[in-house]
Design a protein around this ligand. Structure first.
Ligand code: PGA
Length: 214
């Protein structure tokens, strides 16, 4: 308990995020750190599997990720939407079509994230539930690589809208208007069940749950 108290007073906060959450977390931290300038934050960006490892081994105060698996004794609370959309180059033949049927996607090639990515797991489940088999092209382990490959015409991507705001604004990429899209997920703030959060940790969690729009 003494160690926890000391940690709280020193105002240190260690956060780990799954790679896609690295697009939103700095914006959240910017506001939080302005309100709590005494807090020193360290942010580690890694994949979903490592994030879960750190959590269960108590190596991080808290984590921001997509919905974690059940059964790990975690406390997970959603605080923000995470929409997945079909991303295409702006000159794609489907770019100006509306209400594109899901089945039409079977004719396209998709660039996919690596095994263990939350984006990938969600996408695979979504199409499997609807009995649609996608043709997958190259597998890439970052959102950035997929964005570049989509621009270069290698295929379509299914990405969190959080990752492409700049490219949509500058018209390097576009979102296809496909039925049943976007897939709406959420970002969760997660820590071990029963963990006694430091003062800074509790303040950050309160900030996410009270001040960030779900
Ligand atoms: P990612 O997304 O693993 O695809 O980067 C984060 C998550 O869904 O947990």
């Amino acid at each position: 308990a003494m160690l926890d108290d000391f940690k709280g007073m020193s105002g240190k906060l260690s956060i780990s995020v799954a790679s896609t959450a690295s697009y939103i977390t700095p914006h959240l931290l910017a506001v939080f750190c302005q309100r709590h300038p005494e807090t020193k934050v360290s942010l580690s960006v890694t994949n979903r599997e490592n994030v879960l490892h750190r959590l269960t081994h108590n190596e991080t105060d808290m984590v921001i990720m997509g919905r974690p698996p059940d059964g790990l004794d975690l406390d997970a609370t959603p605080f923000m939407e995470n929409r997945l959309a079909i991303i295409a180059p702006i000159d794609h033949p489907l770019a100006h079509e509306q209400d594109i049927p899901l089945s039409r996607l079977a004719e396209e090639t998709f660039l996919v994230r690596e095994q263990g990515s939350g984006t990938r797991i969600t996408t695979e489940r979504f199409f499997a539930e609807r009995g649609i088999r996608l043709t997958t092209g190259t597998e890439m382990s970052t959102n950035e690589a997929i964005k570049q490959a989509v621009q270069a015409g290698m295929g379509l991507g299914i990405l969190s809208l959080n990752t492409v705001s700049l490219e949509l604004e500058t018209r390097r990429l576009t979102v296809l208007d496909v039925q049943n899209f976007p897939i709406v997920r959420h970002w969760y703030v997660v820590h071990r069940k029963g963990k006694r959060l430091s003062t800074a940790g509790q303040a950050f969690k309160d900030f996410l749950l009270e001040d960030v729009k779900l």
